[in-house]
Ligand binder design. Structure first.
Ligand code: 13P
Length: 282
């Protein structure tokens, strides 16, 4: 059933767990997440990221995601991940998304505040939830940092307090050492950033992006300190890719595409169930 993200995150805060935000980059990844949620009996957030527009555009993904959520046996929030502009967020809200993220993390601070507050006002009028981002996880984290240290990009607690108050956001994505995509070295998280931002924002639900590739202990520690939503995609997609590779090796001739899709869904859904188990601390 289609639900609001706000109540989902409030329940997670009460229960001391986190909800997974799983990306819909293809019909198969969305179906895998729904299947995992139903098998585990756990709520989740089905989200569409702007970077996946090239594989499955929002115009097609949106109606599909809403249909999957409405038909699911478990609570599902439908969310725009990394909305790139105010109109982009409004488009998702007009489609019926129950939540949007406006990502103004690379904008000058005041512009991020202004645009996020504008999205939040409209979203709240429509009964939808808003996530925003403060601090950033630039791609140069993966390579040369130049003159910067990772800490230079971390979310600053006093800025988060001001941001939360002036924008009225319902959840905040923060930077404390995770990165999107594949980790080249073992991630080192600054968990105290979570605690400090949480305290400064009166317990605002905090979001961890780049949820792939962390140890079970990293997840547990981050959740214990206040992370209530974990965005996860890359390593699940790799699990799907590996299953397809194995299938192609086993059946090099005459393999039909629908069997490839089924193998990918099976593998991605098993991987998402593994993550859900950790987030629920089961
Ligand atoms: P990963 O692809 O690194 O798991 O991150 C997903 C994410 O943060 C989507 O916003």
């Amino acid at each position: 059933m289609l639900v609001s993200m706000k109540e989902m995150l409030a329940d997670a805060a009460k229960g001391g767990y986190a909800v997974g935000g799983f990306n819909c980059a293809s019909l198969e990844s969305a179906m895998a997440a729904v299947r995992a949620s139903e098998e585990m009996g756990m709520p989740f957030i089905l989200q569409h990221a702007t970077v996946h527009e090239q594989y499955l555009p929002l115009s097609i993904a949106g109606p599909l995601m809403l249909r999957l959520a409405k038909d699911a046996k478990t609570p599902v929030a439908v969310h725009l991940d990394h909305g790139s502009s105010v109109p982009h967020c409004l488009r998702a809200l007009a489609m019926g998304f129950t939540s949007v993220m406006f990502d103004g993390s690379t904008l000058p601070y005041e512009e991020n505040v202004e645009a996020t507050a504008q999205v939040a006002r409209t979203a709240h009028e429509l009964g939808a939830t808003v996530e925003a981002e403060l601090g950033s996880m630039p791609s140069n984290f993966r390579g040369e940092l130049g003159d910067y240290a990772p800490e230079d990009f971390y979310t600053k607690p006093e800025e988060a307090a001001d941001f939360a108050e002036r924008t009225g956001v319902d959840a905040l994505a923060i930077s404390f050492g995770t990165v999107h995509g594949i980790y080249k070295t073992t991630p080192k998280l600054s968990l105290d950033v979570i605690e400090k931002v949480r305290a400064a924002t009166n317990g605002l639900p905090l979001v961890m992006h780049g949820g792939s590739g962390l140890s079970d202990e990293d997840y547990r520690e981050a959740i214990a300190r206040g992370i209530r939503k974990v965005n996860y995609y890359t390593y699940g997609a790799i699990a799907g890719g590996r299953a397809v590779y194995d299938l192609v090796k086993r059946i090099p001739d005459g393999l039909q595409f629908h069997d490839v899709a089924v193998a990918a869904i099976d593998a991605m859904s098993a991987d998402i169930m593994r993550v859900m188990r950790i987030l629920a601390r089961k």
